[in-house]
Design a protein around this ligand. Structure first.
Ligand code: ADP
Length: 181
């Protein structure tokens, strides 16, 4: 398997080519939409693989706290997945770059990492948020993802792993360049 990693403080930041639904980790992150009711891309794949329990929990969250805004994150169980939890975060839709997209993407990663920490998850796996249907340029998105992970590790000395699970070669290569910088 293609993979690469580096260590910041006690945490490993790693990159792998693969399918996030198959990761044997404490939590996987879903690039959800604000409705939390599922969609295409990685969101659809996670709900298909995880079964209806995840959607039921998303509906309960929706009923209690309303839609999940871009940059925010919520957590459910992992249903039939190997992962114990799914962290659902909403990335920004790319509108040209002048609508706070970069900050919102950083927040989506950061809020997800905070939830993982709160639930004592040792290994959390992320897809490349917002770079599919939401159209965020991959070069910028990869740099933001890696920078947030690095900054989080610098500020938190917990032993664990932040894993980026990239679905295609192109996305993997951009993350690799960002990690090499
Ligand atoms: P968004 O709406 O946030 O842009 P998408 O799901 O459309 O989210 O795409 C985000 C990224 O997730 C894309 O790089 C896409 O190729 C990737 N992706 C799709 N399915 C999977 C999967 N099963 N595992 C990991 N990444 C995936």
């Amino acid at each position: 398997m293609t993979s690469k990693s580096c260590k910041v403080n006690a945490t490993e930041i790693s990159l792998v080519r693969g399918d996030i639904t198959r990761q044997d980790v404490g939590a996987i992150v879903n690039a959800a939409n604000s409705s939390l009711l599922g969609g295409g891309g990685v969101d659809g794949a996670i709900h298909r693989a995880g079964g209806p329990a995840i959607l039921d929990e998303c509906k309960q969250i929706l009923a209690i706290q309303g839609k999940c805004r871009a940059g925010e994150a919520v957590i459910t169980g992992g249903g039939n997945l190997k992962a114990k939890f799914v962290i659902h975060t909403v990335g920004p839709i790319w509108r040209g770059g002048a609508s706070n997209e970069e900050k919102t993407l950083a927040s989506a990663y950061n809020q997800s990492l905070l939830l993982a920490e709160q639930y004592e998850v040792k290994t959390v796996a992320f897809p490349s948020i917002s770079t599919g249907a939401y159209g965020f340029p991959i070069d910028k998105a990869a740099r933001i993802a890696v920078a947030v992970a690095r900054e989080f590790c610098s500020g938190h000395n917990s032993r664990g792993e932040i894993r980026f699970v990239l679905f295609d070669d192109r996305t993997y290569e951009f993350f690799k360049s960002a990690l090499d910088e």
